[in-house]
Design a protein around this ligand. Structure first.
Ligand SMILES: [Zn+2]
Ligand SMILES: [Zn+2]
Length: 265
């Protein structure tokens, strides 16, 4: 089988954070702990699949969290326009992953049924659980559903040869990790099943959590899915940009050859 190429595209970062924002039960809670924001691109032959969409300028202003790059423009170095994207794996519907869905109008969305149910169900009556979602992004997913362009999964599914999704929950009810066969082995895009290496390597829960047991079991799941621990790619860790080689542009990192150096966060 021809292995997949996998790229991380960084579109934003946020430095005014502390460790208490990243780890429950953290002792050194005041120490700085910056976060990067990524979307991911999978390519094999004539297949191109986007994993998550980032968020746009209006969301950046609404949340006071600036972006460095428009998610649509992030694909230009690959010779891709937003309209070229036919398939998007939506790892979950939080604002920083589903906030650019409207920028890719032709795409079919691949997501867990549990995530749509969660984002449109009674849990959203609670301010705290609703906080990472934005209504317009959820409405965009519902519009896509009513256009016949959503494929739902329930747990694990194979989307293509060497490409599977795995519901992990924990951080959001229907979060799915993406497992891709690369020349370095099975690589796992954890998305927010592990924001940082430290979450998944030290089994430290992230504070935005809907089910702590699911999150902790998700860390084990990520380890079981990857060919080696170094091929687990956390969703928001700035260290990804030092472990992996730079791609064709300064916001792109190539993941499918594996990390350049052993992971020792
Ligand atoms: Zn999230
Ligand atoms: Zn996120």
């Amino acid at each position: 089988m021809t292995p997949w190429e996998v790229y991380a595209l960084k579109y934003a970062d946020r430095n005014a954070r502390i460790r208490a924002d990243s780890f429950l039960f953290e002792d050194t809670h005041d120490a700085p702990h910056p976060m990067d924001y990524f979307m991911w691109l999978l390519r094999r032959g004539d297949q191109t699949i986007l994993v998550d969409t980032g968020y746009d300028q209006s969301e950046a202003q609404a949340r006071g969290r600036p972006i460095r790059l428009d998610p649509g423009a992030a694909l230009r170095p690959f010779g891709l326009q937003p309209a070229d994207i036919d398939h998007i794996i939506v790892t979950h519907l939080h604002y920083d992953h589903a906030g650019g869905l409207h920028l890719f109008p032709n795409a079919r969305l691949h997501m867990q049924a549990a995530e749509m149910a969660y984002a449109t169900g009674p849990c959203m009556c609670h301010d705290t659980l609703r906080m990472p979602f934005t209504a317009g992004h959820i409405c965009e997913a519902v519009q896509r559903l009513y256009s016949g362009k959503v494929t739902f999964y329930d747990g694990e599914a194979q989307l293509s040869e060497g490409l599977t999704v795995h519901c992990i929950g924990g951080h959001s009810r229907g979060l799915q990790a993406v497992r891709v066969q690369t020349q370095a082995g099975w690589l796992v895009l954890a998305s927010d099943a592990a924001h940082f290496y430290e979450n998944v390597f030290e089994r430290k829960p992230f504070p935005i959590v809907v089910d702590l047991q699911d999150m902790l079991e998700g860390f084990e799941k990520l380890h079981s899915l990857a060919s080696s621990p170094g091929l687990i790619v956390p969703g928001h860790d700035p260290l990804v940009t030092t472990y992996y080689p730079q791609g064709a542009d300064k916001h792109i990192w190539r993941l499918d050859h594996g990390p350049k150096t052993p992971i020792g966060y």
